[in-house]
Design a protein around this ligand. Structure first.
Ligand SMILES: NC(=O)c1ccc[n+]([C@@H]2O[C@H](COP(=O)([O-])OP(=O)(O)OC[C@H]3O[C@@H](n4cnc5c(N)ncnc54)[C@H](O)[C@@H]3O)[C@@H](O)[C@H]2O)c1
Length: 346
């Protein structure tokens, strides 16, 4: 096995170009061998930026002996078939979030990778942010006591052009508008990160989910506003309010309430923490502003993927974890359609 993980990039669109390609280049443990996209110009421009080969054929990538693994960065409904095809060709897979659109697709991906003995890791990178890691440590150390409530909002204000060209217009496409191709709107597209991050930080799993959604301002099949109420397995309660048409925006807000304090997230590397306890590094009975050292969570994700494949370490965010996060999303959408709470078995 070579010392660097040799990667094929599948889907060279917005996030691949803007972020994932850089993470692969900046990780000491990964190198890009070839980029593939069905749109030739997209594949070509990616290859020019990242100084790699390009192709429009997935088969060609999977036939190469010098490709150990693929990073799949395509529309959500393609995550399952492409992961399964890659696994069957013996390639390890890092797949973009969400793992898939449905639990059946996620199960088939996990099964295919397990049968082929290849690593499946989901690129839920906000787990790697300094804020998430520090909040996890604080909660595990009992800094805010038992978690009793979790609230998060995403007040996104997406322009009409987002739905056909993302934030940069790099690729003209309609998959984000389509329920079948995307699986849904703001909840599966963006709040997937928040749901996953709070699962990771607190270790809590949702047991009951009730949700309402609608499409108020956007000419798309998916929701542009959703409100979700949750109960967690330790008895904690929670809610999520997400929108892609909150005019004026003002971004995300996540907050964890405990019996002895609170944690408020202020971006990727800053927390506000209140505790009534004596905790090293925090003021008891005061709010402490924790400014954390910034780091590139995309690079860390690549390092960890390489460690799983090359060193045989357990994958940090395996398919099963991506599936558990998806389960909350699927339950919320089911509840929106049925008008009833959905109970999760865990
Ligand atoms: N982890 C993050 O923070 C983050 C951020 C943004 C997007 N994403 C995820 O990344 C993925 C891609 O999103 P995007 O915003 O880059 O979308 P995009 O539309 O800009 O890029 C998708 C690319 O896939 C290509 N494609 C379509 N069909 C293909 C096929 N059969 N084979 C190969 N390529 C194909 C398209 O031509 C396009 O270039 C999605 O899963 C999205 O949710 C993740």
């Amino acid at each position: 096995m070579p010392t660097k993980l040799r990667l094929g990039m599948i889907g060279a669109g917005e996030i691949a170009y803007k972020s994932t390609g850089k993470a692969i280049r900046n990780s000491d443990r990964t190198e890009m061998v070839v980029a593939m996209d069905v749109v030739e110009e997209v594949a070509r421009s990616f290859a020019a930026e990242y100084d790699t080969e390009w192709t429009t054929s997935l088969d060609e990538v999977l036939e190469r002996d010098d490709v150990d693994a693929v990073v799949i960065s395509t529309p959500h409904n393609l995550h399952a078939p492409q992961t399964i095809q890659a696994a069957e060709a013996g390639k390890h897979v890092m797949v973009e979030k969400p793992i898939a659109c449905t639990l059946e697709q996620a199960d088939a991906m996990i099964d295919a990778c397990s049968k082929a003995s290849v690593v499946l890791m989901v690129r839920l990178v906000t787990r790697y942010t300094p804020a998430a890691r520090r909040a996890k440590e604080l909660i595990e150390a009992g800094a805010i006591g038992d978690v009793i409530a979790l609230t998060f909002t995403a007040a996104g204000d997406k322009a009409d052009s987002y739905w056909t060209g993302g934030f940069t217009g790099r690729v003209q496409t309609t998959w984000r508008k389509s329920k079948e191709e995307s699986g849904g709107g703001i909840l599966i597209m963006n709040l997937v990160h928040d749901i996953d991050r709070l699962r990771y930080i607190t270790g809590l799993e949702a047991t009951r989910v009730y949700a309402e959604y609608d499409t108020f301002c956007t000419d798309v099949e998916v929701e542009d506003f959703i409100s979700v109420t949750l109960r967690y397995d330790n008895g904690a309660v929670g809610n999520i309010l997400g929108s892609s048409c909150a005019r004026g925006g003002r971004g995300p807000g996540n907050r964890i309430y405990g019996t002895h304090g609170q944690i408020i997230f202020e971006g990727r590397a800053r927390l506000q923490v209140y505790t009534t306890r004596e905790v090293p590094g925090l003021e008891s009975g005061e709010w402490t502003d924790l400014k954390l050292e910034s780091m590139d969570s995309g690079v860390l994700a690549m390092d960890r993927f390489a460690a799983a494949v090359l060193d045989g370490e357990p994958a940090d965010i395996p398919g099963e974890e991506g599936r558990k996060t998806l389960e909350v999303i699927v339950a919320a959408y089911e509840s929106c359609e049925s008008g009833r709470p959905v109970v999760l078995s865990n």
